[in-house]
Design a protein around this ligand. Structure first.
Ligand code: HEC
Ligand code: HEC
Ligand code: HEC
Ligand code: HEC
Ligand code: HEC
Ligand code: HEC
Ligand code: HEC
Ligand code: HEC
Ligand code: HEC
Ligand code: HEC
Ligand code: HEC
Ligand code: HEC
Length: 267
């Protein structure tokens, strides 16, 4: 039989892959401590364990493609004992693989059909650190909740409405994440165009005071002065600098001693 160069390269490449895999084998599947007594052929497992074979076929993922039943189960009872493998026989070298009780979340035959336990945080941090950093740098009641209090299915992001009502029926208040980030909910930030009516939901008195005023400030939205970050208080000088003669500002360092407050200027 003659070989085309392409098949030759293919064959060589797959030989090389086989050699590499062979070299990696001891790491992945260290040799059994003792010889297997009951060596049932692989194709026979289905005869008695049909449900499991079908499960693996459908949802075994890498446990279907990269390993066989017998890589995990060496031998068969009653002749052999200890045929249930520990996960860390093959999975090592990352903090995730040092967790206790893998089967709390994974199933051996359907490894990625993950069920999360009710209240955990620590295991999540073996992969997601950013969210935890945000939660701890910005203390709120969310910081005290466990990750799975909100993410009870892996990858699912719950709507805020699952646990909270709305501030008001104002459509501008509907999109919670427009102002709050889930992992730092009290570090509220809002858009420059946020209308004053939105702030009025909680600051009715200030809103009415400003509207009743005669000064030019009354035409501005709250967000025009209180920019972006909730609870920031601007200084008058941010927009006006010091408009009067220097001696006056020196004698009366507070603008308010003549002009009252920004929401109700004395002019
Ligand atoms: C002739 C039927 C039959 C065949 C073929 C068979 N098994 Fe079993 N298997 C059983 C029975 C029955 C049990 C329960 C035995 C017991 O609990 O002592 C069992 C138990 C097991 C267990 C559980 C062991 C434990 O400690 O709980 C594993 C794992 C297993 N089989 C894997 C396999 C694999 C892998 C194959 C194919 C290589 C296979 N079996 C082929 C009948 C079979
Ligand atoms: C990646 C390793 C791995 C592979 C591959 C694997 N198993 Fe298992 N199997 C396990 C582990 C771990 C358990 C113990 C699960 C538990 O306690 O929930 C188990 C449990 C079992 C059991 C006894 C408990 C039960 O679920 O009934 C049987 C029987 C079994 N496996 C058969 C098989 C067969 C047949 C195959 C191949 C089609 C197979 N296993 C492939 C790791 C594996
Ligand atoms: C005999 C070796 C072996 C054992 C034992 C084993 N695995 Fe694996 N597992 C593999 C290999 C090989 C892969 C594919 C390469 C990888 O992701 O490391 C894999 C992949 C996985 C994946 C990713 C699946 C995918 O398709 O991406 C998960 C999850 C997993 N294993 C969990 C477990 C858990 C949990 C256990 C214990 C119940 C376990 N494994 C036991 C060999 C094993
Ligand atoms: C608290 C739940 C939980 C526990 C406990 C847990 N895992 Fe995982 N594991 C996950 C989640 C969630 C993923 C991510 C799945 C995805 O990518 O969709 C994952 C992914 C994996 C993967 C494949 C993806 C990767 O990054 O390599 C392997 C392999 C794995 N786990 C093995 C283990 C082993 C081994 C243990 C025990 C030492 C274990 N897991 C314990 C939840 C858990
Ligand atoms: C083994 C690593 C691993 C572990 C452990 C893990 N995750 Fe993940 N997680 C992933 C991967 C990979 C993705 C998908 C990649 C992506 O979308 O960023 C993901 C996605 C997510 C997402 C959706 C991300 C998005 O942008 O849509 C959430 C939410 C999530 N994980 C929460 C958790 C929680 C809560 C835990 C603890 C119970 C956890 N994860 C444990 C690896 C992991
Ligand atoms: C799984 C339930 C849950 C989800 C989902 C959730 N929260 Fe919370 N949140 C709580 C609980 C519990 C508290 C504390 C009691 C309360 O204020 O209702 C809280 C408190 C808050 C607080 C006040 C924090 C403090 O320290 O005073 C804000 C702000 C908040 N949540 C915003 C949000 C936003 C925005 C979302 C969506 C991105 C959201 N929450 C999603 C459960 C949840
Ligand atoms: C109070 C509920 C709550 C808690 C507690 C919570 N999250 Fe989230 N998380 C959310 C919500 C809601 C989103 C979606 C935010 C969005 O759409 O902007 C989210 C998004 C995510 C995402 C997607 C990427 C991102 O940053 O937006 C990941 C990953 C995630 N969370 C992981 C975690 C981890 C890990 C923990 C624990 C350390 C945790 N979450 C705690 C509610 C929560
Ligand atoms: C226009 C910005 C904005 C939007 C949109 C918004 N919020 Fe708020 N929210 C705030 C501000 C500002 C506070 C007060 C924070 C403080 O005390 O510093 C707050 C406080 C909260 C609180 C804690 C105090 C309380 O009232 O219970 C919760 C919970 C909350 N928001 C949930 C939500 C939810 C859920 C949504 C979406 C339906 C939402 N927010 C939409 C700005 C907003
Ligand atoms: C959900 C209710 C809510 C909304 C909406 C809201 N705030 Fe607040 N705001 C609060 C609470 C609660 C405080 C703290 C009050 C206190 O300490 O007396 C506060 C305080 C303030 C403070 C004063 C901080 C200080 O040091 O005295 C400013 C300025 C402020 N908010 C501006 C705004 C602006 C501008 C908007 C609209 C973009 C807005 N707020 C929307 C609830 C809200
Ligand atoms: C974010 C910018 C900003 C801040 C902060 C600000 N102002 Fe103004 N103010 C303006 C603008 C813009 C005008 C209108 C100027 C014009 O139309 O000529 C104005 C007008 C005025 C006027 C003239 C009123 C009138 O009706 O003619 C006075 C007095 C004044 N501001 C005082 C103050 C004082 C005092 C503070 C602090 C307590 C302050 N302002 C904070 C932007 C600001
Ligand atoms: C022209 C700029 C400007 C506008 C517009 C403005 N503020 Fe202020 N606000 C200030 C300044 C400056 C202060 C600090 C107190 C002072 O010197 O007047 C302040 C103080 C506050 C305070 C804390 C003190 C108090 O009076 O309770 C709150 C809350 C507040 N503003 C909310 C609002 C809301 C809500 C709106 C819109 C209805 C608004 N502000 C519009 C400039 C402004
Ligand atoms: C000693 C009292 C006094 C103090 C302190 C004071 N002002 Fe005035 N300001 C006035 C008077 C009176 C007027 C109106 C007469 C005029 O136009 O000169 C005025 C007018 C203004 C005007 C409107 C001027 C125009 O050109 O329309 C602005 C803006 C203003 N002041 C800002 C400030 C700011 C900002 C501060 C603090 C840095 C401040 N003032 C401090 C008394 C004062």
């Amino acid at each position: 039989m003659t070989r085309s160069p392409a098949t030759y390269i293919q064959a060589t490449a797959s030989k090389l892959a086989a050699v590499l895999l062979f070299c990696a084998m001891p790491l992945l599947f260290p040799p059994p401590a003792q010889a297997v007594k009951n060596d049932i052929p692989l194709q026979d497992c289905v005869k008695c364990h049909y449900t499991i074979v079908r499960q693996i076929k459908r949802e075994g993922r890498a446990h279907r493609d990269k390993v066989t039943c017998k890589d995990c189960h060496r031998g068969h009872p009653p002749a052999d004992t200890g045929v249930i493998p520990k996960c860390n026989r093959c999975h090592q070298g990352r903090s995730h693989f040092a967790l206790a009780n893998c089967l709390q979340c994974h199933q051996a035959h359907r490894p990625l059909r993950i069920r999360l336990p009710h209240r955990v945080t620590q295991p999540c941090l073996t992969c997601h650190t950013e969210q935890y950093a945000q939660l701890t740098a910005n203390p709120s009641i969310h910081t005290k909740l466990q990750c799975t209090a909100c993410h009870n299915v892996h990858g699912r992001k719950p709507p805020c409405s699952q646990c909270h009502g709305k501030h008001s029926t104002d459509p501008a208040m509907a999109k919670c994440t427009g102002c709050h980030a889930a992992h730092k909910p009290l570090a509220v930030e809002y858009a420059d165009q946020t209308p004053a009516t939105v702030c009025a939901t909680c600051h009715e008195e200030v809103y009415q005071q400003l509207r009743a005023s005669n000064a030019k400030h009354k035409d501005f939205s709250c967000a025009f002065c209180h920019r972006r970050r909730h609870r920031t208080i601007p200084r008058c000088q941010m927009c006006h600098e010091e408009p009067h003669w220097p001696g006056l500002h020196q004698k009366f360092p507070r603008c308010g001693s003549c002009h009252g407050i920004a929401h109700d200027l004395i002019i």
